[in-house]
Ligand binder design. Structure first.
Ligand code: GN1
Ligand code: MG
Length: 359
């Protein structure tokens, strides 16, 4: 990570505390994150927002202010964004970097991996609560990343990447490329149902992996969604799908041993059971129909995105070693196959939970 004069940056915000320490936090692939402490402990989270990935940071911060304001007005727990000295929700440094600060939520814990079915259940409840809280939000939101979970858009980028072959890697990837091509029409036909309006448009979080939710350190309940940068209007199936990708994986997102990677049916049931306990009455029949498939959809999208970044020469995701994006691609593909194989049982579970007979 590049070094910044982090104390000078923090001093641009109206924090109202005596800062005692600022240290790096977490391993996000996109932003740089720091924790600001005073003598009582952690107080704020400071982030450099990646403005290559998020071209409209002011628009993004505006989305966050609107949605968190809505949740707060309904008595829900959510992030509180701090203003900078100029009254904006961000501060731009001389190099053009955007910085933003939000209050640290105390007595909370955050996980990288679900290590129990009860955590998966709580996580599902947490996303359900978030979707329920925003189900009546009706203001327009900025599309922070164009076509983020839109597979038609992703395929357009994909076609261009393969044609460009910027890193000269395409010739060596015929097997991996066939994983994408053989699923093209199925993924596009699902997305057409969204485009046609059959699947409703709502506020989504956009990046529902485990570490983007806080849990109560005492009760274990999910407290709130964090990392709200990718919130936009889309289908909630993107969120359930991305969460299933994260929660149900028996291995790591970038497992070198793909034999360790599979979808745990127990974790699937726990997560979806928790989600439906909060959201069942708010979902349309089309959302219920595709709830289990949502995991397949987003895991496929992630295989495509990791492979596309590898083809592009690793320009998007931070990597820890040269083959990292290829290792991620193969690990996510193993998860995708495992989900595809278990889809009938996943659908059966959803139907049963929703009191419908399985198709
Ligand atoms: C990125 O920023 P982070 O690490 O929470 C990415 C997600 C991917 C995820 C894969 C804006 O999330 O879409 O699913 O990596 N975020 C963006 O781990 O592209
Ligand atoms: Mg994150």
């Amino acid at each position: 990570m590049k070094t910044y004069d982090i104390n000078a940056i923090a001093s641009r915000f109206n924090l109202g505390i005596e800062v005692s320490e600022i240290s790096p936090l977490g391993e996000g692939f996109i932003n740089d994150t720091f924790i600001i402490k005073d003598s009582s402990g952690p107080r704020y989270i400071l982030q450099r927002k990646n403005h290559i990935v998020f071209p409209d940071v002011p628009g993004m911060m505006d989305n966050i202010a609107k949605v968190t304001g809505h949740i707060r007005s309904k008595g829900g727990v959510t992030l509180k964004v701090a203003e900078s000295g100029n009254g904006k929700l961000f501060w731009q440094d001389e190099e053009g970097n955007y910085w933003a600060v939000c209050e640290y939520i105390g007595n909370s814990v955050c996980y990288d991996k679900a290590d129990s079915v009860s955590l998966a259940r709580k996580g599902g409840e947490g996303l359900g609560i978030f979707h329920r809280m925003v189900s009546d939000f009706d203001q327009p939101l900025v599309e922070v990343i164009k076509g983020f979970h839109n597979i038609r858009h992703r395929f357009n980028q994909w076609d261009e990447s393969v044609r460009r072959d910027a890193a000269g890697r395409v010739a060596s990837l015929s097997e991996e490329i066939s994983w994408i091509e053989s699923r093209r029409s199925r993924m596009l036909s699902f997305w057409s149902e969204y485009e046609s309006g059959l699947i409703p448009t709502r506020v989504i979080h956009g990046d529902t992996k485990l570490s983007n939710f806080l849990f109560d350190a005492k009760t274990g309940d999910c407290l709130c969604a964090i990392d709200l940068d990718t919130m936009m209007s889309s289908t909630v199936l993107c969120d359930t799908g991305d969460a299933l990708r994260a929660y149900t994986n028996t291995g790591a997102e970038d497992d070198k041993d793909t034999g360790k990677v599979s979808m745990s049916m127990d974790y699937f049931k726990a997560y979806i059971g928790g989600y439906l306990s909060e959201m069942k009455d708010y979902l349309s029949p089309s959302e219920i129909k595709y709830l289990a498939f949502s995991g397949v959809y987003i895991t496929f999208e992630q295989v495509l995105r990791f492979l596309m970044d590898y083809i592009d020469g690793d320009t998007y995701y931070k990597i820890a070693y040269p083959q990292h994006n290829l290792v991620r691609t193969r690990a996510q593909y193993a998860l995708l196959c495992s989900m595809e194989n278990q889809l009938p049982q996943m659908n059966e579970f959803v139907s049963r939970e929703c009191g419908m007979s399985a198709e």
